[in-house]
Design a protein around this ligand. Structure first.
Ligand code: ADP
Ligand code: MG
Length: 620
């Protein structure tokens, strides 16, 4: 087939324009990306040749990534003995963007994200295009390891189109020539290349060579004795593996001999990745079998709620000659998974228990902020297996502690006499929860309340009904058995409540007296079981069909407004009592915070109603 011109897909061209026209301070990463692609291709070749016996072998005895450069011609060349690409694969792989999520990102990236592009490209699966940060012409000559394939050359200057033509190439693998831009001439230099490889590709598991020299260590750190691996080495390894420039908050290095033989080197990042909640995102550590890469992302090695963990697992007990899909279902994987989860949770516990240093950020706070929700997700999904291990790792914001998160143990230790329940309140935000009238009686008693404002909380908390012999209960559900030790006059609800209940037929299940309130006149309370109003809100926001939560309107019988309302009703003045009663329900809804500054509006309205009711009483 002769030379053929192809247009780049729109999103690729957008990306290339970003690469070509922006000034990045860290263009060095282009080399890391090309080396990482070459290493992937070598991994794939090694893996596939285990089962596909007609693949052509590597031409040399020491497969790897070979670099060369020519300052006169201003070129850098990378050559690998990897799996190579067929003509169709070249057109597909170097002309489109594979992941839909990445496409969407490229289309909608903000200026700040565009400015950080070199940090993202590796994570996004668009690394090849980083070549155009430094080159104004890129030539890829490749030959697939499939026996029947032919050589092919891909050429592009990154402007709209690329050209593909057949060439003679008998050895398998890929050779990439970068014709450097004038402003990138510095890269055609031995010291520069050495420095970048050592900085960004030291732990690539294949040799990276320049002439006779090997530039990287190519240590398989995970397979070494944990005691032999320094923290710096491990952190470097993490950076190359994850493309994350921040140090991890925790690391687990395991080397196990029986009953299964495996090693694992795993890391907990500091920050949430952008795609943590994208169900399509790749997740799970790399899986090797005796240093042969079996799967880039073995998601069966960790439960979904530990999807933020990065790293490598290598096992001699994974059968090599089965497909990647099958491998992930082997019993060996299941038992490794369990051991790994337990070690990770233990390590997180250790991080949590490290002493606080005044004025310094605590690693566990950082971790909790990024991934705490996922541990709650874990408690909800895997309580039977890991509940006991997860519980001490959970943290909560509470009414009394502002920004400082609390463990359940700390909550329990700080409980005052007479308190025998762990109290919580769910809501959409902390501010909204803190303004809730449901907290009034608890504030008065001096009892702390957990504030649960993550979406997962409504589900999570259903799994946590008891903590070390204490009941765990919502302050906004069911009838509250807090003793009312105050004297003083109370409103008589005996006729008012049934009358109001009649008025609110369908809107509330009942109207009753409350012992939750000190300042507010009324509050809406969820039924002790079933859908809560917060759950209803979350499900509606997710466009799901939900039954309406059953609610009760509770009245503060010591509140002047309620007392006056009862008096008005007793006197038969329904013309005045009815609008006030209705406003009282509106107000209770406002107080829940379903509108902005609802609490403020609610309180102002109550003051107004109180005065109106007093005036009406006096006027009659
Ligand atoms: P990613 O590596 O995340 O898939 P890239 O943009 O870096 O994204 O590379 C795109 C694709 O091009 C790779 O997935 C691979 O299929 C192919 N490719 C790139 N470089 C090589 C190479 N040296 N050998 C074989 N295939 C390659
Ligand atoms: Mg890549």
């Amino acid at each position: 087939m002769s030379a053929e011109q192809h247009g780049f897909k729109a999103e690729v061209q957008q990306l290339l324009d970003l690469m070509i026209h922006s000034v990045y301070s860290n263009r060095d990463v282009f080399l890391r990306e090309l080396i990482s692609n070459a290493a992937d291709a070598l991994d794939k070749a090694r893996f596939r040749s285990l089962t596909e016996h007609d693949l052509i072998p590597a031409a040399t005895d020491n497969p790897g990534v070979h670099l060369s450069f020519d300052p006169e011609a201003r070129t850098i060349v990378l050559e690998d003995d990897g799996i190579g690409m067929t003509r169709e694969e070249v057109i597909q792989n170097l002309g489109t963007i594979a992941h839909s999520g990445t496409k969407a990102f490229v289309r909608s990236a903000t200026d700040a994200q565009k400015a950080d592009l070199p940090e993202f490209i590796g994570q996004f699966g668009i690394g090849f295009y980083a070549s155009f940060m430094v080159a104004d012409k890129v030539v890829v000559e490749t030959r697939s390891a499939l026996a029947e394939a032919t050589g092919v050359r891909w050429t592009s200057s990154g402007a709209g189109t690329f050209e593909v033509e057949d060439i003679d190439k008998s050895i398998r693998g890929t050779r990439i020539t970068l014709h450097l831009r004038e402003d990138a001439a510095e890269y055609a230099d031995e010291d520069k290349i050495r420095e970048i490889v050592r900085e960004h590709s030291n732990y690539v598991s294949w040799p990276v060579t320049l002439g006779e020299d090997r530039l990287n260590s190519a240590r398989a750190l995970w397979a070494e004795q944990p005691s032999q691996v320094s923290e710096d080495d491990a952190n470097e390894f993490y950076r190359e593996l994850s493309f994350d420039f921040e140090k991890p908050v925790a690391r687990v290095h395991l080397s196990v001999d029986s009953p299964l033989q495996y090693s694992a080197l795993l890391f907990v990042p500091r920050r949430r990745p952008y795609d943590l909640f994208n169900p399509e995102a790749d997740r799970g550590p790399r899986l090797y079998a005796r240093r042969v890469l079996i799967a880039e992302h073995a998601k069966e090695l960790l439960p979904d709620w530990l999807r933020f963990v990065k790293g490598v697992v290598d096992s001699a007990d994974i059968p090599l000659n089965v497909s990647r899909e099958m491998v992930q279902k082997t019993p060996a994987v299941r038992s490794m998974k369990d051991a790994i989860v337990k070690r990770l949770l233990k390590e997180l516990g250790r991080v949590a228990d490290t002493e606080r240093v005044e004025g310094e950020e605590h690693a566990y706070d950082v971790f909790w902020e990024s991934f705490g929700v996922l541990l709650k997700e874990g408690y909800f999904h895997d309580k039977a297996s890991y509940g006991d291990r997860l519980l001490p790792l959970l943290r909560f914001h509470t009414v009394k502690h502002g920004d400082a998160i609390q463990s359940l143990a700390a909550y329990k230790a700080a409980m005052s006499e007479g308190q025998d329940t762990v109290w919580y309140l769910t809501g959409s935000t902390r501010e909204q929860a803190l303004a809730s009238p449901h907290l009034e009686a608890f504030r008065k008693k001096g009892w702390d309340v957990l504030l649960l404002t993550d979406s997962v909380d409504e589900w999570f908390i259903q799994g946590l009904t008891e903590y070390e012999g204490l009941e765990v209960k919502s302050v906004s559900r069911g009838e509250l058995s807090i003793d009312d030790d105050e004297d003083g006059e109370k409103a008589d609800l005996s006729t008012l409540a049934p009358w109001m209940q009649g008025l609110f037929e369908g809107a509330v299940a009942s109207v009753r007296s409350s012992n939750r309130l000190t300042d507010s006149a009324a509050v809406l309370v969820d039924e002790a079981s079933g859908v809560t109003s917060n759950m209803e809100r979350i499900l509606r926001a997710a466009n799901q069909d939900v039954p309406t939560a059953r609610r009760h309107l509770e009245l503060n019988v010591r509140h002047p407004l309620v007392k006056n309302l009862a008096t008005l009703h007793a006197r038969g003045a329904s013309d005045v009592a009815e609008p006030i009663a209705r406003l009282l329900l509106d107000d209770a809804m406002l107080l829940e915070g379903s509108v902005k500054d609802a609490s403020g509006i609610g309180r102002r309205l109550q003051a107004l109603l109180e005065r109106a009711a007093s005036a009406a009483v006096e006027g009659r």
